[in-house]
Design a protein. Structure first.
Length: 203
C-alpha cells in the first residue's frame, strides 16, 4: 500500500511540474536526479545564460547567451558577437563550445549540458552534435530559425546517431523578454538617430 501511495504521489509531482512550466518531460533527470532538482538546476544555469545575454545587449548585439556545465560547474560561456566580430558564426553557443573545449583541453564535451537563452539555430545544433554535448536546455523557442524541433530538427534522429537530450522552455518568458526589449530599443534608437538596427530581427 505504502509503495502504491508513493508512486501515486510521484506521478502527481510530475504532473504538477509539467503543469507549471513549458519544460519538456520527455527526458527525465540525469541519473539519480529528481525532475524537481533538475528543474531548479536548469533555471539556475539559465539565469547565468541570461547574464551572458545581457552582455550582448550592452554591446548592441542580439542578446543571446550560453553557458556549458559539466558536473555542476560552468566550464564555458559565451554571448552573441556577430556584429562585433563581423563573423556570422559568432553565435553564443559556438563561442561557449570553444571556451569549454579550451577549459577541458578537449573538443569532446561528453557529459556536458549546454544552456542557451534562445533555441539553437541549425548551425549551432550541428555544432552541438559535433561537440558531443549530452544535453541542450534552451529558453525561448525560435519560431523563425529554431534548429531543435521548432522549425527544423537537426537533433532528433540525426545521421551521426548521437543521443542528445533537448529541453525547451526554461525561463522562456525572461529569455524572450530580453530579446523583445532589445528590438524595442533598437527601433527607438533607429527612430531617434537613424542608427542601423540589426538586419535580421528574430522577434
Ligand atoms: Zn546559432
Amino acid at each position: 500500500m505504502a509503495e502504491d501511495l508513493q508512486k501515486k504521489m510521484a506521478n502527481q509531482n510530475v504532473s504538477a511540474i509539467a503543469g507549471e512550466s513549458g519544460v519538456s518531460l520527455a527526458h527525465p533527470g540525469e541519473s539519480g536526479m529528481s525532475l524537481k532538482a533538475q528543474r531548479v538546476d536548469d533555471e539556475r544555469f539559465m539565469r547565468m545564460a541570461l547574464r551572458e545575454a545581457s552582455k550582448a545587449f550592452d554591446m548592441k548585439e542580439i542578446p543571446i547567451g550560453c553557458v556549458i556545465v559539466k558536473d555542476g560547474v560552468v566550464i564555458g560561456k559565451g554571448y552573441n558577437q556577430v556584429e562585433t566580430m563581423r563573423d556570422a558564426t559568432a553565435h553564443a553557443e559556438i563561442i561557449a563550445i570553444g571556451t569549454a573545449a579550451g577549459k577541458l583541453e578537449n573538443w569532446r564535451l561528453d557529459g556536458c549540458t549546454l544552456y542557451v537563452t534562445l533555441e539553437p539555430c541549425p548551425m549551432c545544433a550541428g555544432a552541438i552534435l559535433n561537440s558531443r554535448v549530452d544535453r541542450v536546455v534552451y529558453g525561448s523557442p525560435d519560431t523563425r530559425f529554431g534548429g531543435c524541433g521548432t522549425t527544423i530538427d537537426v537533433i532528433t534522429g540525426n545521421a551521426l546517431k548521437r543521443a542528445v537530450q533537448v529541453t525547451g522552455g526554461v525561463l522562456a518568458d525572461e529569455c524572450l523578454g530580453i530579446l523583445k526589449a532589445f528590438f524595442q530599443q533598437m527601433r527607438l534608437e533607429k527612430g531617434d538617430t537613424g542608427k542601423k538596427a540589426p538586419s535580421t530581427p528574430l522577434i
